[in-house]
Design a protein around this ligand. Sequence first.
Ligand code: FE2
Length: 183
Amino acid sequence: MVESLEDLAERLRRIPNLHADGGKVDALLRTHAIDPAALAPYVRYEDGRYTRNCVYRNGIFELLVLCWAPGARSPIHDHGGNRCWLVPQTGAFTIDDYLRIEGGRRPGPVRLEQCAAAPLELGDVDARGFDDLHDIHAVHVDRPSISLHVYAAPIGRYLVYDWQHGSCDARSFAAQDVLDYVI
Ligand SMILES: [Fe+2]
């Protein structure tokens, strides 16, 4: 158990080659649960949406708390060529994975194939590679959910995918505290 998210950020900072050594990030997140009280400064809800709340960011990684309104869903997205980890803090999530069948490396037409959906609950850690596509769905519709995310490196430009219209578009995050949209 770590007392604060700043403590977790410091532990991440101490991993010598964090970007290349994802196994150490995975181990750290699995063995250092967050005190729920430590989340409080970063909890911010918006009706029908999810919010991104930055705890720490440098050139190597960023640590964020995402706060999900009941039933909120992310768009299908990539991670701009970066690794990511998702750790549920409250609530539960479903992650749907997708494969690029045609296009999808730059804005324009794309054809995706949906893979199996995976549940993600308290105690789980979801680790993603540089090239993965997915969407995330907060399962509970009667209460909000919270997830902790590590991105290495920080996400700047990334792609979102419109399944129905077969297209993808570029998006970008600012340095911190960006409100994302939800379908
Ligand atoms: Fe993601």
